[in-house]
Design a protein around this ligand. Structure first.
Ligand code: GUN
Length: 291
């Protein structure tokens, strides 16, 4: 069993990005600048946004955090997005999801200028990705491709089962894995909450990408020997033995699945850190495309 170490791989990636930023600065060019909009005080979202700001500092980017209260109206949020669209110093920005229920997520994502959409959520970028055209790839799927490539996991001709059809992970992942690309050329099954006899599919899978958000859902009896496991789940599960009162659980029951796996991502330290590194990569690309 080989651990797909997202912590180390993302650290390598951030060093590579930092080296590019150093060169950009030495050439007297503009420093890449990422902004993030956070609405409300959801604990997990605050943690992710803070980690994104910290990563910006590490690689030498400028960063701006637009921190808005829970009761912010959709109109105010759309105005903030317009400000960032029109601010020439901002190369890319993200709106942290989920948004409060009174705000229409789709309307918000569509307001982001696709050239600054470093999350790759705008329909223009989703469409371009689907058509194999250059686009910003959503950070989590992009990070998974990068992990598979760097660890030279063979995907061509393999059967990939993606569990989950979210717009952020499952759907784009299923599209990317079927495309003609380095980590691609796979036969893809998309399973979801209405899938019958899921185990029949997962037992056939060479690679399983678990992105359904149910802690420890995938168990050892559901996978074959030699499988590659990508665990996208990261749920806070109450744990009174921990000082903070919770532990982080993936969608995969690591203890029973890992002994059967050729490769597996840990949680934490697998997909999560890769997501942040790929957001940095997209911001660097956005900055370079502008100059
Ligand atoms: N919420 C969960 N994942 C993501 C992500 O990749 N980007 C944003 N903006 N919000 C998220």
């Amino acid at each position: 069993m080989i651990l797909l170490d997202g912590k180390k791989t993302s650290a390598d990636l951030k060093l590579e990005i930092a080296a590019s930023v150093k060169k950009i600065k030495e050439e007297g060019k503009k420093t890449p600048h990422l902004a993030a909009i956070l609405v409300g005080t959801d604990g997990a979202s605050m943690t992710y946004v803070n980690a994104k700001v910290k990563a910006c500092e590490l690689v030498g980017f400028n960063s701006t955090l637009v921190d808005l209260p829970e009761e912010t109206s959709e109109e105010t949020l759309l105005k903030e997005i317009e400000n960032l669209n029109n601010n020439d110093d901002i190369d890319g920005f993200i709106v942290q999801l989920p948004l409060p229920k009174h705000i229409d997520e789709q309307k918000v994502l569509m307001a982001v200028n696709p050239d600054k959409d470093v999350d790759g959520f705008h329909p223009t970028n989703v469409g371009r990705m689907t058509l194999d055209l250059p686009s910003f790839l959503p950070a989590t799927p992009f990070g998974i491709l990068e992990l598979l490539e760097r660890y030279k996991v063979e995907t061509s001709g393999k059967h990939v089962v993606v569990i989950g059809r979210s717009h952020i992970v499952g759907r784009p992942m299923s599209i990317l894995m079927s495309q003609k690309r380095k980590a691609g050329n796979a036969t893809v099954t998309v399973a979801h909450s209405r899938t019958k006899n899921l185990k029949e599919f997962t037992l056939q899978a060479d690679i399983i990408i678990a992105a359904l958000g149910i802690p420890e859902f995938l168990t050892g009896d559901m996978v074959k020997e030699g499988v590659t496991i990508i665990d996208v789940g990261i749920t806070r599960v109450e744990d009174v033995t921990k000082k903070r009162g919770y532990r982080l659980a993936g969608d995969v029951h690591f203890e029973s699945v890992s002994p059967k796996s050729a490769y597996i991502t840990p949680v934490p330290g697998g997909v999560g850190p890769m997501t942040i590194a790929m957001l940095m990569k997209n911001t660097l690309i956005a900055c370079e495309l502008k100059s």
